[in-house]
Structure formats: C-alpha cells, structure tokens
Design a binder for this molecule. Structure first.
Ligand code: BV8
Ligand code: ZN
Length: 259
C-alpha cells in the first residue's frame, strides 16, 4: 500500500529519495501538460468534436471514415500546444535532469513538445509526436507548416489532409493510434531505462492506456522505489511506494528542490 502525501506536506524522506537518486526515470502523461492549458486526453473534446470521445477519434478507423474531421482535430490540437508554454512541472524535471551526477531519463505518453521546450531531453515519445506527419499509405515523413488555427476556438469546419507527393496517399499525424503498435525502440528503450533505474517517478497519467501503463511494473519487479504525482488515485497508485496527491506544477518543484 502506498504512503499518500498532500503536495504541500511531502515528507523529507521522499524529498531525500529524489535528491539521492542517481539514475531516476520520469514517466509522464497528459496531466503534466494540463496546467499549461493542454486538456488531458479525457477533457480535450469541445466544439466540432464535442460529440466524439478522444479515444474514438484517435484510431485508424476514424481517420479512414472521416479523414478531414480527424486531420483537423490534430491540426487544431497542434495549434493549441503551440499557443501554450511549459509549466513549473516541466521545468522542475528539466532542472533535475541538469543536476550534476544525475542521469535522468524522461519518457512520455504525451504527443506535445513541452518537456523539450522546458529544456529536458526526452528519451521517448511512447505515443508519437503531434508535430510529426507521414503518409498513411507509404509511410514517407512529410514536412508541413504549422496549422493556422488559434488553438482555443475549435475551427468552424473540418479540412481534409494534404496528399503525399510520392503516392497521393493521405498525410496522417505522427501519433500512435489505438490499435497501433508503439514505436518498438521507444518502448524497449524506456523499459531498459526503468530496469536500470534507482527511482521511478510517474506523473500525470491515469495508468489506463497499455502497454505504456505497464512500464512502472518493471520497477516494482525489482523493488525500485516508485513515486506517483497525481491529484487523483490512478490504476497505478496501489503499486506505488509514495503517492503525492497534488498538481505536478506544485508537487514536482517541491520534490525536486535541492535540500
Ligand atoms: C496497442 C496518441 C496493440 C494519440 C494515445 C481493450 C479494447 C481495445 C484496446 C485495448 C483494450 N485493452 C487494451 C487495449 C489496447 C489500448 C488501450 O490501452 N486501451 C485502453 C483505453 C484500455 N492500447 C492501444 O491500442 C495501444 N496499442 O495496444 O497495440 C497491438 C498489438 C498487436 C498488434 C497491433 C496492435 C496504443 C495506445 C496509444 C494510443 N494513443 N495517444 C493522440 O494523442 O491523439 S493514448 C492517449 O491516451 C494519450 O497519449 C495518453 O497517453 C492516453 C491518456 O492517458 P493519460 O496520459 O494518462 O491521460 P488521461 O487523460 O488518461 O489522464 C490524465 C491524468 O492526469 C489523470 O490521472 C489526471 O488525474 C491527471 N492530472 C490531471 N491534471 C493533473 C494531473 N496530474 C498531475 N498534475 C496535474 N495538473
Ligand atoms: Zn505516400
């Protein structure tokens, strides 16, 4: 059973666990970007997409059924991410990674670039990147200018995806859809980092989506200390040593502060 702490009352021994770690791994989900203004995967549906669940749109079937709707959804989400900034949670992780003697690995389920914009090096985007594009048919990467949306009002209507210059296929977002395999190297490299870690911190994920949610269990198998940062209980809470119940933008700067 985990020890549960409010973000404002993190015991010194938990801060010490972080301060003394030499090979920490940080695994993040949509919650760490929430305070930047990027709705979590369960909150993102507004306007044009109000009647769809994110989970239903983030599939090859949805793209094949209505490429314009799905394409516009991603281009709009891209513009939203471009319009916001990393928050103190992202900055705390980047500062921790830059500390002498610490080899910190970050892997994220997020498709945004906020960790990188806060200055962190990210080992893997387990679910791809919303800023990458490739051809749905031949897989060739496509470079595209940013979407023109403002990111906050959903567009009045959907626009179709551009076509591949090589084969005429639709261009698709470079994310991993439900039912698609994760990039093998992204998963395996993260699994190897977790196996080699002396601390694993999981922040901002509900622990629902597999196989990403199984990665912390590799630490459990080895008795590696596990810390969760999330305002709510999650599917992973019961395997944690410590659960810090609070917003990552509050808890991470406290956890990472040098003693
Ligand atoms: C695969 C990219 C297999 C796209 C994403 C049953 C039926 C059907 C499928 C399955 C099934 N069981 C398992 C599956 C497989 C499925 C799956 O796991 N489904 C779930 C829903 C049960 N997984 C897959 O399909 C994966 N592929 O399994 O392939 C396969 C095998 C062989 C051959 C071929 C294929 C692919 C999964 C990847 C899907 N793509 N994203 C896009 O972004 O549009 S996942 C997407 O959802 C996000 O990327 C994110 O990772 C995930 C949502 O999870 P979270 O990040 O945790 O976000 P969430 O909103 O859930 O939670 C936010 C958390 O933050 C909450 O806990 C909240 O409390 C907290 N929070 C909020 N604010 C804060 C905070 N925390 C801290 N601070 C705050 N301020
Ligand atoms: Zn093509």
């Amino acid at each position: 059973m985990p020890a549960v702490h409010a973000a404002g009352q993190i015991p010194d021994d938990v801060v010490r666990l972080v301060a003394e770690s030499r090979r920490p791994v940080v695994l993040t989900g949509a919650g760490i970007s929430a305070e930047s203004g990027v709705p979590t995967f369960r909150e993102v549906q507004t306007g044009l997409w109000e009647r769809f669940s994110a989970q239903d749109l983030a599939t090859p079937e949805a793209f094949e059924a209505d490429p314009a709707l799905v394409w516009t959804w991603y281009r709009w989400r891209q513009s939203l991410i471009r319009a916001v900034e990393p928050n103190p949670g992202h900055h705390a992780i980047a500062q921790w990674q830059q500390r002498d003697g610490v080899e910190l690995t970050v892997s994220t389920q997020n498709v945004d670039d906020l960790h990188e914009r806060a200055g962190a090096a990210v080992l893997a985007h387990l679910h791809g990147s919303i800023f990458a594009h490739r051809c749905y048919e031949c897989g060739i990467p496509a470079q595209l200018p940013d979407a023109e949306y403002d990111g906050f009002e959903s567009p009045p209507e959907a626009e179709g995806p551009p076509q591949c210059e090589h084969c005429g296929g639709w261009i698709r977002p470079g994310v991993v859809w439900f039912g698609e395999m994760l990039p093998a190297d992204a998963f395996e490299q993260t699994a190897a980092a977790v196996r080699a870690a002396d601390l694993v911190l999981v922040a901002g994920t509900s622990g629902i989506v597999q196989p990403a949610a199984s990665l912390p269990l590799l630490a459990l198998e080895r008795g590696t200390p596990l810390i969760e940062v999330n305002p709510e209980e999650t599917e992973l809470s019961e395997v944690m040593d410590h659960c810090v119940r609070g917003l990552s933008g509050d808890a991470l700067p406290t956890l990472v502060r040098s003693r």
